[in-house]
Ligand binder design. Structure first.
Ligand SMILES: [Fe+2]
Length: 269
């Protein structure tokens, strides 16, 4: 490894599926989502070095209220780390755009940091659990990628996965127009990584030299490889990524030890 700052990797934290409420006493299937986010952020704050940036990959507010987004803003302003967000199915995009816009929380969807390019996509479809990329989003992605120098590694983040996790109930609610997305990604060798949320579990696959990663939720976890909705008693988590200037990366999912009782008999969320 080189000694100069220029060759040091960028440290990125992906935090996903927070499912927060304006009222911090409320819970999701028996799980207090604010308490587990707080534990997650404390673990992040106590680690060294701190991330250079945070990506919030959707499902920020379970009640989709402006008050919840305001509370989220205040917490991440206090944290003081540059934070970028994108919406999930459990989000209200207009409220996010109004509220989640005070440094170090930014609405930018294209970010240049270190030698890396970050592109954040909106897969939210109003009223639906599944996701899709609009024609405008696909055109925007294509146009942005066409401007990225070939030696600039690129990370794409979005909420809904363009891959299956062997869990039929979840796979039905993934990205619906995956082929359109992949046909763009396939044309640009700069794309190294695609990060998603939505599936509330850790998953990894590789397709044509691009690594696709999902990350646990900061609250409830879904049972891997389950045909129907089922909860897992795995701990909440977040992902850390060391992104090297030449496009290589190392990544690890950190689990957050936290004693809460899930409603494992729940039938949906
Ligand atoms: Fe979620």
């Amino acid at each position: 490894m080189g000694k100069t700052r220029k060759t040091s990797p960028l440290l990125v934290a992906q935090i996903s599926d927070l499912h927060l409420f304006a009222d911090d006493r409320r819970d999701l299937l028996g799980w207090n989502t604010w308490e587990s986010l707080e534990k997650t952020l404390q673990q992040l704050e106590s680690s060294s070095p701190h991330p250079d940036l945070i990506l919030l990959t959707g499902d920020l507010a379970q009640d989709e209220s402006e008050a919840a987004y305001l509370k989220i803003l205040q917490r991440f302003v206090t944290l003081g780390i540059p934070t970028y967000w994108l919406p999930g199915n459990h989000d209200r995009v207009s409220a996010m755009e109004r509220v989640l816009d005070r440094p170090p929380v930014f609405t930018d969807k294209t970010i240049d940091k270190g030698n890396w390019k970050f592109l954040l996509l909106n897969t939210h479809v109003p009223g639906e659990v599944y996701g899709a990329l609009s024609e405008e989003s696909l055109e925007w992605l294509d146009a942005e990628l066409s401007q990225v120098p070939v030696d600039r590694p690129t990370l794409i983040a979005m909420h809904h996965p363009p891959f299956w996790v062997d869990s039929p109930w979840l796979d039905r609610s993934g990205l619906q127009n995956t082929e359109a997305f992949l046909s763009i990604v396939d044309r640009y060798s700069q794309v190294q990584l695609v990060l998603v949320g939505h599936v509330h579990q850790e998953f990894e696959c590789v397709r044509q030299d691009v690594t696709y990663l999902s990350t646990p939720s900061t609250c409830i976890q879904f049972m891997p490889k389950s045909s129907n909705f089922a909860l897992d008693d795995a701990q909440p988590g977040f992902r850390l990524l060391h992104l090297h200037p030449d496009g290589r990366f190392d990544t690890v999912v950190e689990r957050v030890c936290f004693d809460q009782q899930l409603n494992l008999a729940a039938q949906g969320y």
